[in-house]
Design a protein around this ligand. Sequence first.
Ligand code: BEZ
Length: 259
Amino acid sequence: MLKTQSAKDNWNANLYDQNHSFVSRYGNNLIELLTLQEGEKILDLGCGTGDLAKKLSDNGGYVVGVDKSQNMITQALMKYPNIIFVVRNVIDLGYNAEFDAVFSNATLHWIKQPKLALTSIYQSLKPSGRFVAEFGGKGNVQIITNEIINQIKQSGIAYKEEQFPWYYPSIGEYTSLMEEVGFRVTFAEHFDRPTPLDGENGLRNWIKMFGSKLFEGIDETRIGNIVTNVEEKLKEILYKDGKWIADYKRIRLIGIKEK
Ligand code: BEZ
């Protein structure tokens, strides 16, 4: 039976490290985009269990990792006791012109109040500081989520738009918000990144880790049936050579704090 994991503040940090390490692996390219200078003060926004914060620290950054989840922060502190990790909410970071750069991988698609998040990020940066981020863009994992919603409805359960846990903006929408907040956008791209999920149960594990909000109010047995149906429907499209490939679409951008 599939037991779901709340995506809000009840993350299972062990499961995250065991089955979803690809999230931070892909973040390595984003570190290149940051072009970190020795001694710079970096805020790792949505640091999870700390793997990218550690890389930033190894590259010479003075790093503070923040995450909304206490479980993630506890695990990050156990893994990397020499780095500062604190629980903070992206929309209310409470920093004032303290960081040379804000770095964020695979977090901002969870924030459904993007202007508040961008304002909070902007306030955290020193003048001319940079914001370097990657997250899910318009159409991200749409084949998977459309089929889950379709199967929920087909099993006679009402589905409400508010249950959708993610914000997947277009590049135009997000960069416009950045400009409204005061950033100069110097780089932006929206690209397909087909993402292999580990093992035969990769899709099921992904849904369990990230998609619980879609199933709110549904009992575990029915969730199990829905997920099995989703797997059956999508096998032909997303399962190749013994692996599930998720239809990720990413936004990657750099903004500079002006004014
Ligand atoms: C993403 O990185 O695009 C992503 C990760 C988990 C859930 C949804 C999207």
